[in-house]
Design a protein around this ligand. Structure first.
Ligand code: NAP
Length: 241
C-alpha cells in the first residue's frame, strides 16, 4: 500500500492534464499519467520526474474497455487504492460542429471520449476510490456546456456545436447523477471549468495558460471533507448549469 496520496489524471501527457499532474505532484502526491500513446506518456512522466514529481505512467485509452480495466489493475497493484480521479481526457471533434452539418460519426466520436469514456474510467476506478479516506472525482467540463450561459444573450462561445458543447452539458449532468448516487459516501464528484486555455484542443487560441486552467481541477481534487459535491466550478466559484 502506497502511503502517498495517489491520483490518476486521464489525458495527462499534455495541456491542462499535464499541469494538473504537475500541481498535484508538487503537493507530494503520487500522480498516474493516464495516456494512450506510449512515447507521449513516457516523455511526460520523465519531464515530471525531472521536476521532482512522483509520476508514473498509466497506459490508458478511455474509449477502450480492456485498456481501462488494465489501468485499474495497475493502480491496484501499485497503490492498493485511488484517492483522486481527474477525468480530463477530451477531444474537440470535427470543426465546424454545427448541428445541421454534423455527421453521426463525428458526434459519436466526441461522446465516446468525453462522456462514455468518463463513465468507463469512473466505474473501473470506483472500487479503488472507495478504499480512500478522502476520495475525489473531478470531471473536466467547460463553460460551453452550461445551458444557462449558452442561452444568455450576448455571451459568445465561438460557435454553435452539435457534439463538443453538448458533450460537456452531458458531462455536467453525469457529474450531478454520480454525486447523487454517491451521496452518503466519502466520494465527492465535481465538475471543473478551466476557462479558455491555449492547448492543442483549440489550436492554441485560448487566452490563458494550461497552468492557470489546471487550478480549478486542483482545487476540486483537494477539497476538504466538508466541501461541495455535485457542483460545477470555475476560478470564480460556482458556474450555473
Ligand atoms: P489537449 O491538450 O488536446 O489534451 C487533451 C488530452 O486528452 C490529451 O492528453 C489527449 O491525448 C487526451 N485524450 C484524448 N482522447 C483520449 C483517449 N481516448 N484516451 C486517453 N486520452 C485521450 O486539450 P486540453 O485543452 O488540455 O483539454 C483537456 C480537457 O479540458 C478536455 O476534457 C477539454 O474538453 C477540457 N477543456 C479545455 C478547454 C480549453 O480551453 N482548452 C476549455 C474547457 C474544457 P493524446 O495526446 O493522445 O491525444
Amino acid at each position: 500500500m502506497n502511503e502517498r496520496t495517489t491520483a490518476l489524471i486521464t489525458g495527462a501527457n499534455k495541456g491542462i492534464g499535464y499541469e494538473i499532474a504537475a500541481g498535484l505532484g508538487a503537493l507530494g502526491w503520487s500522480v498516474g499519467i493516464g495516456a494512450r500513446d506510449e512515447r507521449r506518456r513516457e516523455d511526460a512522466v520523465a519531464a515530471l520526474r525531472a521536476a521532482g514529481v512522483d509520476a508514473f505512467g498509466v497506459p490508458l485509452d478511455v474509449t477502450d474497455d480492456a485498456s481501462v480495466r488494465a489501468a485499474a489493475v495497475l493502480l491496484e497493484e501499485r497503490a492498493g487504492r485511488l484517492d483522486v480521479l481527474v477525468n480530463n481526457a477530451g477531444v474537440a471533434g470535427a470543426w465546424p460542429d454545427t448541428p445541421s452539418t454534423a455527421t453521426p460519426d463525428d458526434v459519436r466520436a466526441v461522446l465516446e471520449t468525453n462522456v462514455v469514456g468518463v463513465i468507463r474510467v469512473t466505474n473501473a476506478m470506483l472500487p479503488l476510490l472507495r478504499r480512500s479516506e478522502h476520495p475525489r472525482i473531478v470531471n473536466q467540463s467547460s463553460h460551453v456546456g452550461s445551458l444557462t450561459l449558452q442561452s444568455t444573450p450576448g455571451v459568445d462561445f465561438g460557435g454553435v456545436s452539435a457534439a463538443y458543447s453538448p458533450s460537456k452539458t452531458y458531462l455536467t449532468a453525469l457529474t450531478v447523477q454520480y454525486a447523487k448516487e454517491l451521496a452518503g459516501t466519502a466520494v465527492k464528484v465535481n465538475g471543473a471549468c478551466p476557462g479558455y486555455v491555449a492547448t492543442d484542443l483549440n489550436g492554441f487560441r485560448g487566452t490563458s495558460t494550461p497552468a492557470d486552467g489546471a487550478r480549478v481541477a486542483i482545487r476540486l481534487a483537494t477539497l476538504p471533507d466538508d466541501g461541495p459535491t455535485g457542483g460545477l466550478f470555475d476560478a470564480d466559484g460556482a458556474v450555473p448549469w
